[in-house]
Design a protein around this ligand. Sequence first.
Ligand SMILES: C[S@@+](CC[C@H](N)C(=O)[O-])C[C@H]1O[C@@H](n2cnc3c(N)ncnc32)[C@H](O)[C@@H]1O
Length: 239
Amino acid sequence: MRLDSDVRQRLLQREMRTYGRKNGFVTKGQAARLKRWLPVIGLPREARLADAGLPAGMPVVMEIGFGNGEFLAHLARAHPEWAFLGVEIYLPGVAKAVARLEDAGVIERCRISQLPAQYVLAHQVGEGELHGVYINHPDPWPKARHHKRRLIQKDFARLLVSRLEEGGFLKLATDKPDLAEWMRDILDATPGLANVAGRGRFAPREPERPLTKFEQRGLREGRESLFLHYVKTGHGDAT
Ligand SMILES: C[S@@+](CC[C@H](N)C(=O)[O-])C[C@H]1O[C@@H](n2cnc3c(N)ncnc32)[C@H](O)[C@@H]1O
């Protein structure tokens, strides 16, 4: 079914330019869960993360483009000491994630937005408010003329760094070597970020990571994923 446009307008995406699909069908059960939970865990466009009612003093970890929410739910179960901000522009993904988070018993420590990560970071998250950020398999946009649509860009990288606390982490994964190099080159050159594996290098796969849908898809097609791990150094130099 289509989610009521009233619910979409009030609690989710207002028309905002993004690359990639936003709307789609949800099941009746998913629609009911969205209506129940979004007033509690949705981060409306006008709200700031700091006022979103997360437990005071709890480090907040963000996942950008959480897809079906599997990784986010796993992370929330594995880290009861963290609160979460999940951002995903595709409505059916948001609907699946809300169901997973509720079933995992972790939903009250999570805040969810269907707005683009660029907007959320620029307008709703303050400087130094994030303990960490995960970005798993961002859209690759393989054609050269579409590279400007890729999530990781020079300005976006600077915005990300400004939202991390000192010592905070940024972890990325992709199964597309060309995108992996693109992200590494931009992030290695971003002031205030240190590549934990060393400049120009990829990080080992963390054994506790669950396989995301897109990591599995890459493996089925014969591609091992590549991983990047940065920390915010607190001084302005890229390593
Ligand atoms: C290739 S999928 C990867 C999904 C999941 N992270 C995984 O590894 O299976 C990329 C996801 O990023 C989302 N996305 C794309 N642009 C976004 C943006 N600007 N803000 C938030 N999410 C975005 C897409 O809707 C899509 O679900």
